[in-house]
Design a protein around this ligand. Structure first.
Ligand code: FES
Length: 106
């Protein structure tokens, strides 16, 4: 089964099974990963599912939509590789994807 790797702020790396069509937020919350709050349930209106795409994966994952970009502008810890995890859909091509979590979602 394809995998993603989520690195928590405390240095722990979680290896998770991933299915095409799931969002990174869904994969994280199904697996009870701390650090993804996802208050709006994936509707791109809360920005509490902020994550960083592993540097080597940014091109494959691509950038945010205009709406996501607007939500990301409200995030304090935004970086060039920031995305909202509810807006990143896993595909087979992303097998091995590395995601890092910010120290806080607020
Ligand atoms: Fe609310 Fe992603 S879960 S913006």
């Amino acid at each position: 089964m394809p995998k993603i790797y989520i690195k928590s702020e405390d240095g722990t790396t979680h290896e998770l099974n991933a299915e095409a069509g799931q969002t990174i937020m869904q994969i994280a919350t199904i697996n009870n990963i701390d650090g993804i709050v996802a208050e709006c349930g994936g509707n791109c209106v809360c920005a509490t599912c902020h994550c960083f795409i592993g540097e080597e994966w940014t091109e494959k994952v691509g950038g945010p939509s205009d709406n996501e970009d607007m939500m990301l502008s409200m995030v304090d810890l935004r970086k060039d590789n920031s995305r909202l995890s509810c807006q990143v859909k896993f595909t087979e091509e992303l097998d091995g994807l590395v995601i890092e979590l910010p120290e806080t979602q607020y």
